[in-house]
Design a binder for this molecule. Sequence first.
Ligand SMILES: NC(=[NH2+])NCCC[C@H](N)C(=O)O
Ligand SMILES: [Mn+2]
Ligand SMILES: [Mn+2]
Length: 321
Amino acid sequence: MDKSSTSAIGTCRKLGVVGIPISKGQRRNGTEKGPQTLRDGGLLERLRKFGCEITDHGDVTLDCIDDDIPYGNVKNPRNIAMGSLRAADVVEKCLRTEGRCLAIGGDHSMAIGTIMGHARVQPDMVVLWIDAHADINTPLTSDSGNMHGMPLAFVAEELAPFVPPLPGWEGIQPCIKVEQIAWIGLRDVDPGERKIIEKFGMSAFSMHDVDNNGIKGILKKALDAVDPSGTKPIHVSFDVDAMDPTHTPSTGTPVGGGLSVREMCFIAEELALTGRLTMLDIAEVNPNIGDPKDVSHTVSSTIDVATHFFGHRRQGFVPAN
Ligand SMILES: NC(=[NH2+])NCCC[C@H](N)C(=O)O
Ligand SMILES: [Mn+2]
Ligand SMILES: [Mn+2]
């Protein structure tokens, strides 16, 4: 592909948008307002400017299941299962009609549903999990019991023997293999998660690796690990806490020393240039955290990065009109 072209990548390309206002995967209220906050911040209008033909599927309906008693220390298992199944159906429909989907959350438990929905349409897709956290705790390794720290344990086949049958989870099956997953941005990995990463030889790139190789080197290593042929559809699951809290302060589990807006834009532009990005999740924007300035800073950094996944290039471009 000619990377020096000034035309917008992805011009006039269809993109379906799905809101997943889930917050029961962690303990702080507010992530359920993430989709509305990003919409109010102008996300869809900005994307349209870069040539996206957007179909907005609205927000997934999540009715509250009362009496969702914990399973051990795991909180809200039935609500998360119901939300994941609903999200999977909408994402599947969106990918079958528009071919590309942007899912706006919502805490990161949203990705159980988006990955399930995506895998139904493109079972060979690969997942780049961009996050400070590995989010691969099982219900047995998790200290917090928060399901936003567990999504990858539910979707990866090899983990199934280590995941107990949770109430409400009968309809949820693993749908990808550990070799289809790579992380970028890690800097807060629990001991049990590290054990899983090593046991299965998974491709986990931390901020140490980013410092060591540069963002270009690490993105290449991550893509080579999950897709050496360079042909597979790509699912990016972007937790805004992957970025440094100076850019995205309004998030529930911030960790210092994160990716810069500049590094995220590089990842986003490179992935857009592959022409194979079929699904992007944006997780963990929480407008209840911080003051109004923090919230607007978080929203603008997140929207800025999002546009670069769908056509915005820092070199500039000539609009198609
Ligand atoms: N999606 C997130 N922000 N996850 C944070 C997870 C933190 C911690 N590892 C846990 O399991 O509770
Ligand atoms: Mn995180
Ligand atoms: Mn996460």
